[in-house]
Design a protein around this ligand. Structure first.
Ligand SMILES: C[S@@+](CC[C@H](N)C(=O)[O-])C[C@H]1O[C@@H](n2cnc3c(N)ncnc32)[C@H](O)[C@@H]1O
Length: 219
C-alpha cells in the first residue's frame, strides 16, 4: 500500500493546514454533493471564449495549477477536454479523484500530487493553462512561474488567471501580489476575452482585491 504525504512547498504550513481542513471535510460529502460541479465566472468566461473561437474541446490539452478540489478540472473534462491538474495536498487530490470517478471522467482528467513549480514547463505545450488563486503563494518564484505558465500556452490558446491584489490583509510572509499592470505587461499582445479587478468583502473586517483574466495568445 502506498502512503502518500503532502508535497513540501513554499507555502507556510499554517496556510496549507487551512486548505487541508476544507478539502478533508469535503471528503465526507455525499456522492450527490460531490457530483455537483460549481465553477466560478472565470471558467464560464473560458467556456464562452472556447465557443466563440470555435475551439475543438475534444482535442484540447489543459493544465491546471493549484487545482484544489478538482471542480474546474472536472467541469472542463466533462465538456470533453483532456486535463492534467496539480495540487500539493493529498486531501485535495483525494477529493478531486473521487469527484472524477463519480462523474466517470477518469479517462479525461489526471490529478497529480506535485509541486506546481516542481518541473520544467515546456513552451507551447498546452491549449489552456489555468492558475486560479495559487501562483501568488510561490513568493519569489511567482513571476518566473507565471512567465513559464504563459509561455506554456500554444499560439491561439488561452491563459486563465486570478490572484489577489490590494486591498488585502497583511500576511507573514507577504503574498506576492501580481498587479494589474504586471499581468498586462506579461500578456502584451494577447487578446482579452475578459480582464478585470474587483473587491470582495470576505468578512466584515476583511476586504480583498482580485485581478483576473481570460486571455488568448496571438496565433
Ligand atoms: C487558495 S487555494 C485555490 C484552489 C483553487 N485553484 C481554487 O481557485 O479554488 C490554493 C491551492 O494551491 C495549492 N498550492 C499552493 N502551493 C502549491 C504548490 N507549490 N504546488 C501545488 N499546489 C499548491 C493549495 O494546496 C491549494 O489547493
Amino acid at each position: 500500500m502506498t502512503i502518500e504525504s503532502n508535497v513540501k512547498v513554499s507555502v507556510p504550513k499554517k496556510w496549507m493546514d487551512g486548505w487541508d481542513k476544507i478539502y478533508s471535510q469535503m471528503l465526507s460529502a455525499s456522492d450527490d454533493e460531490l457530483s455537483r460541479i460549481d465553477v466560478g465566472p472565470r471558467i464560464q468566461q473560458l467556456e464562452h471564449a472556447l465557443a466563440i473561437t470555435e475551439s475543438d474541446t475534444q482535442s484540447m490539452r489543459i493544465l491546471e495549477l493549484g487545482c484544489g478540489d478538482g471542480s474546474v478540472a472536472c467541469y472542463l473534462a466533462k465538456i470533453g477536454c483532456n486535463v492534467v491538474a496539480i495540487d500539493a495536498l493529498v486531501s485535495a487530490i483525494a477529493v478531486a479523484q473521487r469527484r472524477s470517478k463519480l462523474l466517470k471522467l477518469e479517462d479525461k482528467v489526471e490529478f497529480r500530487l506535485d509541486d506546481m513549480d516542481g518541473w520544467p514547463l515546456k513552451p507551447e505545450s498546452y491549449d489552456v493553462v489555468i492558475a486560479l488563486q495559487c501562483l501568488q503563494y510561490l513568493f519569489d518564484r511567482t513571476i518566473p512561474r507565471l512567465r513559464e505558465a504563459i509561455a506554456a500556452v500554444k499560439p491561439g490558446g488561452f491563459f486563465v488567471y486570478s490572484g489577489n491584489i490590494l486591498p488585502h490583509m497583511e500576511t507573514d510572509p507577504p503574498i506576492r501580489f501580481v498587479t494589474e499592470e504586471e499581468l498586462k505587461a506579461e500578456l502584451d499582445g494577447w487578446t482579452y476575452h475578459g480582464f478585470g479587478t474587483e473587491e470582495r468583502m470576505i468578512k466584515l473586517d476583511d476586504l480583498r482585491g482580485y485581478v483576473w483574466t481570460v486571455a488568448r495568445k496571438p496565433m
